[in-house]
Design a protein around this ligand. Structure first.
Ligand SMILES: Cc1ncc(C[n+]2csc(CCOP(=O)(O)OP(=O)(O)O)c2C)c(N)n1
Length: 290
């Protein structure tokens, strides 16, 4: 029988904000050293969500990654893998230097999209959008059948929810009364080459999830207090409605020249741009602490 898991340290909101700042700094540093393109826009929009999950909400233990009682995390927007790797490294799963040294190289465990075979600790291999939520539904259903009471948490991009498979999964989750399933949507209102409502009309977005029978929570995805409150208020795992947390975010959050900028869905930073990006990030922290 496995030992019970130790949940993340009970960090304060201020400590989590510091961790999110560190995560963004580490991301920018990697983006400045890696020669290829990094999906930096959607990494920065999700950085607070990753921090709240890996340092507060998820019941996972880096020293016991196969514990059957652990929560399962599925990164459906697999192109944000590097942000997940670094958040997990900061929680003790991996070495940050190992990520920086090998990211994106042939045979590296740290691919542009996550691979659970290459990187134990990652629960699901993703990258083709629209597949994570269906897999998470299967994992949550499996937990129900086994009588396990852990959560399955899935992070999606809002653009990704244009995929039909997401809504088939949403319907299946409600039909199977999966109160142990939680979806976070990174609602940054940008896709790859366009703004969300220009090409695909998502609104009234929360109503769409409500119509599929989900418990809907709407928050500011950059407000750590909101994220913590949403996690604290999640229904019990034996309840009968899945929950979606729609987190309003900004693509490129924290670096002024990347925010709301379609050019920064993916990109790389030269030395001069890295310095500019770091200064921009630092100035947001100064503003917040005044
Ligand atoms: C099935 C599939 N089609 C296309 C892509 C290429 N792609 C990668 S990211 C992306 C945009 C996704 O937008 P969104 O889900 O909103 O992610 P975010 O803006 O948060 O990066 C696309 C189309 C893919 N990975 N999978």
């Amino acid at each position: 029988m496995s030992e019970p898991l130790s949940a993340a340290e009970p960090h304060s909101v201020a400590e989590l904000e510091d961790l999110a700042f560190e995560l963004r700094s580490k991301l920018l540093n990697l983006c400045g050293t890696y020669e290829g393109a990094v999906h930096i826009g959607g990494d920065l929009s999700a950085a607070d969500i990753f921090t709240a999950l890996f340092h507060y909400g998820l019941n996972v233990d880096p020293t016991d990654i196969a514990n059957p009682e652990r929560d399962r995390f599925v990164l459906s927007k697999g192109h944000a893998a590097v942000c997940m790797y670094i958040a997990m490294a900061m929680r003790g799963f991996f070495s940050y230097d190992g990520i920086v040294d090998t990211y994106g190289q042939l045979d590296s465990a740290y691919g542009m999209h996550p691979c659970k075979v290459q990187l134990p600790g990652v629960e699901c291999s993703t990258g083709s959008l629209g597949h994570g939520l269906p897999i998470a539904v299967g994992m949550a259903l499996s937990a129900r059948h086994r009588g396990d009471d852990h959560r399955v948490v899935c992070l999606l991009g809002d653009g990704e929810t244009g995929e039909g498979s997401v809504w088939e999964a949403a319907m299946a989750a409600r039909s199977n009364e999966l109160g142990n399933l939680v979806a976070f949507v990174d609602r940054n209102r940008q896709l790859m080459t366009s703004f969300a409502e220009e090409r695909v009309v998502f609104e009234p977005y929360p109503d769409k999830w409500r119509a599929f029978g989900w418990n809907v929570v709407e928050i500011d995805g950059h407000d750590m207090g909101d994220l913590v409150a949403a996690i604290d208020a999640l229904p019990a795992t034996d309840s009968n409605r899945p929950t979606v947390v729609i987190a309003e975010t900004v693509k490129g959050k924290g670096v002024d020249f990347m925010e709301h900028n379609l050019a920064w869905h993916a990109g790389s930073l030269g030395a001069a741009d890295l310095e500019k990006a770091m200064a921009a990030l630092e100035s947001t922290r100064k503003k917040e602490t005044v």
